[in-house]
Design a protein. Structure first.
Length: 144
């Protein structure tokens, strides 16, 4: 799960199943630990079953969250997430043959938490890292 304000990956999960509890719900719980909801939140995703199912919808109930889903067959509605996965695959997944799930999980953790969020610069962030942008965005005084 990406925060569009700073392009930081704030929630992720790796699973060998598509069960919501192992994928979208686990990533959502991580996202909530990493970033508290301070105002009305727009949660946008593709139309995957993991986001449309009752288990995930229940996680959003009672929170100031409005869910939005891409139009059917329109990848442009979710372009930032699509771009992240293209980058993730081209920079890591397509170059490594993982022998175990644990190895894949560790490599994913290192890619996201060490490289992508803290060191990888983004043109959309004026060549800042997500961590730098997060620091600026969440600590800069609000304009009157």
């Amino acid at each position: 799960m990406l925060d569009l304000a700073d392009r930081k990956v704030i929630g992720w999960a790796l699973s060998d199943s598509l069960k919501a509890v192992d994928t979208s719900v686990a990533a959502w719980r991580m996202a909530l630990k990493n970033r508290a909801i301070q105002v009305q939140l727009l949660f946008h995703s593709d139309r995957g079953v993991q986001y449309a199912c009752t288990e995930f919808q229940t996680q959003l109930k009672g929170l100031p969250v409005m869910q939005s889903m891409s139009r059917k067959g329109n990848c442009w509605d979710n372009a930032v997430a699509e771009s992240f996965f293209k980058t993730f695959k081209s920079e890591l997944v397509n170059h490594v043959e993982f022998k175990t799930r644990a190895e894949a999980r560790l490599a994913t953790f290192e890619y996201i938490e060490v490289w992508y969020n803290r060191r990888r610069r983004h043109s959309s962030l004026h060549y800042q890292t997500p961590a730098q942008q997060e620091s600026y965005f969440y600590t800069a005084p609000m304009a009157a």
